[in-house]
Design a protein around this ligand. Structure first.
Ligand SMILES: [Fe+2]
Length: 441
């Protein structure tokens, strides 16, 4: 087996990696787990009477979810303020605004604890706000060079608990906060183990208010994490980091991440139709939230691959939702292109999708997986038929997208199990313009 440099460790020994390590927030999961938020907060060291901030957005305030969280906190003797100005796909300046709010309310040291409530955008706002209040300056200083200054984050700051209201991004366990850098029209991550929350409280009752379209889009993102994490390089095919402390954030798949991927693919692919058709089905909602969590434990530890790399330039230029972009790109990138790297592994994904692979070669099973994945998208009836329907993208736009993918997404492309050139990416984008004929009955 040949060994590659790992994705982000600065220095490597010339020997294969032999150790894997997983770092996770404390996790509390279940119907009405919100009632245990005060217990969770005390468990991570917050004292009685402490003053916290709930970072969320206006929709979640209107739905009453923010009130529910604040009541649990105040009934348990904490003080809680609400910041409801998180924006979709938060920009660097949106974080500056949130940091300013914190300093206006509480001075330089900020709040005693933070709660992020919402989808990936609210959660990333909470993560970025906490580390910037603690470490000073602006978020751009902590984004990697050349976009930012690449300043190391010295300290995580006060305790942070994240409460997702969608079953998708997995941001509640990940060590990154993704921000858009307006002047460069790109998205970049503040990436550090100090960005990761101390705890995540996952309550499926929050996800019942998610409309069918958002339920489908966020599910396809979660499924992307699970499949990409399952099909990235194994950890021991990478070179060992010289210093265990600098082992990269995306460190390849391990026996543990594979187990989580398998369960996530099963839960997500077999329950998504139900939550899109009947949003009140709490059992299905619960399985989807578990699937999204497991997909994140797998994919956001092992590494997302080509599909995520291609999705960022699309999202930056056309402001499409991340999950639907992932849905649109998955058949051509993750399945079609990458299955050549290890057809047997994709045949296993096909089985997890519920496909009867008896008598099929691995290659045929991978092809059946592609057909089934596209059928799933059609059945959901709220997802675009390809990049063209997604954002009016045509072959004329593909050159720019391919160039941006190769130039700005090296971090993710290194995780891809099959080497990829700009020409390959170009061809995959063309394939993804039409996954099916939108005029088909
Ligand atoms: Fe994602």
């Amino acid at each position: 087996m040949s060994h590659e440099r790992s994705v982000s460790a600065p220095e490597h020994e010339l020997s294969p990696e032999t150790v894997w390590h997983i770092q996770m927030p404390e996790i509390r999961f279940g119907l009405n787990a919100t009632e245990e938020l005060p217990v969770q907060i005390r468990d991570i060291g917050v004292e009685a009477g402490a003053h916290g901030l709930v970072v969320t957005d206006e929709t979640l305030v209107d739905l009453g979810h923010a009130d529910r969280v604040v009541s649990e906190l105040t009934d348990a003797g904490f003080e809680a303020d609400v910041y409801d100005e998180s924006e979709r796909e938060p920009s660097v300046s949106a974080i500056d605004d949130a940091v300013e709010f914190v300093r206006d309310q509480q001075g330089e040291s900020g709040y005693d604890f933070y709660v992020g409530l919402g989808g990936g955008s609210c959660i990333d706002t909470a993560k970025a706000t906490r580390v910037v209040v603690e470490n000073g300056g602006s978020p751009l200083e902590y984004i990697a060079e050349p976009t930012g200054d690449g300043k190391p984050i010295e300290d995580a700051g006060p305790p942070l608990v994240l409460m997702p209201t969608t079953a998708g991004t997995g941001a509640e366990i990940s060590p990154v906060a993704i921000l858009s850098v307006e002047e460069k029209e790109i998205k970049e991550a503040i990436s550090s183990n100090h960005v990761r929350a101390d705890a995540a409280v996952l309550d499926p009752t929050f996800t019942t208010t998610l409309p069918p379209e958002m339920s489908a889009k966020t599910a396809m993102d979660a499924l992307g994490h699970a499949i990409e994490g399952y099909t990235t390089h194994p950890f021991d095919s990478l070179l060992r980091a010289s210093d265990p402390g600098s082992r990269p954030v995306y460190a390849g798949r391990t026996p543990l991440t594979e187990m989580f991927s398998e369960k996530a693919i099963d839960l997500l692919s077999n329950n998504v139709r139900q939550v899109v058709n009947n949003g009140d089905d709490l059992e299905a909602r619960s399985k989807m939230l578990q699937g999204a969590l497991f997909g994140a434990i797998a994919g956001l530890t092992a590494g997302a691959t080509l599909c995520h790399a291609m999705a960022y330039p699309v999202g930056n230029r056309y402001h499409t939702y991340h999950g639907e972009t992932i849905a649109t790109l998955t058949p051509a990138s993750t399945i079609d292109y990458n299955s050549a790297s290890d057809p047997a592994r994709f045949a296993r994904v096909a089985e997890l999708f519920g496909i009867d692979t008896t008598g099929l070669t691995d290659r045929e099973a991978a092809d059946a997986l592609k057909a089934q994945y596209i059928q799933l998208q059609k059945d959901l009836n709220v997802l675009p038929s390809g990049l063209n329907e997604l954002a009016g993208i045509t072959e004329d736009d593909v050159d720019w997208l391919a160039e941006q993918t190769v130039e700005t997404q090296a971090r993710l492309l290194r995780c891809n199990p099959r080497p990829v050139t700009k020409e390959d990416v170009h061809e995959i984008f063309v394939d993804a313009l039409y996954n099916w004929d939108p005029d088909e009955p």
